[in-house]
Design a protein around this ligand. Structure first.
Ligand code: BTN
Length: 250
């Protein structure tokens, strides 16, 4: 990895193989590693996905975890996933063929032509009212994708993108650096706007699967914390902070 290609904020640790870059970076965070410490690996043997799922991690794809030490409340820290999703969308938009659609699926998935090409996993730990550390884990399907997922998947190569993992990492890192700066100086509003401009299914009927119930409704907006605002058939509204979104026909 050419370290000079990354913003100065990043202190990259590049591994050949690890169980999970998120798990590895969590250990470093607990040992006092500074913000901007990042771990990448060519493969993961026990990659973690959202809601306790596995993240298949063969060589050829991007596996990256970045350490943040947010000073705001845990609710504000939840916004970091949207910051990273917008940064990734901007990096990928520059690479895809002209007619390809790069969209974002709530909360933090990146879709290319309606199929999932990347996911984000946030893991954090609090200290008092604030957060001690937040690990932003990013997996991008570059050359392969799993066949057996609940939501249709793809990889960048299958969508006509030819990019090296390290170049993609650098492109994302620069956009992340820029958006973290904006988030800190201007707050969540511009992040939310950039996310909503790319939101998949905004204003459309969706199904949201929660831990214990499944809801049908219209995807209305994002609230201040990044929760999905769902307009239910009886005209009630629900703000949802954790769940899986499905679109009609999928
Ligand atoms: C999702 O379920 O969509 C989130 C997937 C996040 C996967 C990445 S790969 C790098 C980091 N390390 C992990 O174990 N998981 C995240």
């Amino acid at each position: 990895m050419n370290v000079a290609a990354l913003p100065p904020f990043f202190r990259l640790i590049a591994l050949a193989s690890v169980d999970s870059t998120n798990r590895e970076l969590r250990e470093l965070a607990l040992a006092g590693a500074p913000e901007g410490t990042a771990v990448t690996a060519l493969e993961q043997t026990a990659g973690r996905g959202r809601r306790g799922r596995d993240w298949q991690s063969p060589p050829g794809n991007l596996y990256l975890s970045v350490l943040l030490r947010p000073t705001g409340s845990p609710a504000q820290a939840g916004q970091a996933g949207f910051v990273a999703a917008v940064a990734l969308a901007e990096a990928v938009e520059k690479l895809v063929p002209e007619r390809a659609a790069v969209t974002l699926k709530w909360p933090n998935d990146l879709l290319v032509n309606g199929r999932k090409a990347a996911g984000l996993l946030l893991e954090a730990s609090g200290k008092g009212a604030g957060l001690d550390w937040l690990v932003l884990g990013l997996g991008v399907n570059v050359t392969s994708f799993p066949a057996d997922t609940a939501f249709p998947a793809t990889c960048l190569e299958a969508e006509g993108v030819s990019v090296g993992v390290n170049d993609l990492l650098a492109a994302f890192a620069w956009r992340l650096d820029a958006w973290l700066g904006r988030w800190r100086t201007e707050g969540f509003a511009p992040v939310r706007q950039a996310w909503l401009e790319r939101a998949h299914g905004l204003g459309q009927p969706i199904t949201v699967r929660l831990e214990r119930e499944t809801l049908e409704g219209r995807f209305e907006a994002l609230d201040e914390s990044g929760a999905l605002m769902l307009h239910l058939p009886d005209d009630a509204r629900r703000n949802i902070s954790a769940g899986d979104v499905f679109y009609p026909g999928l």
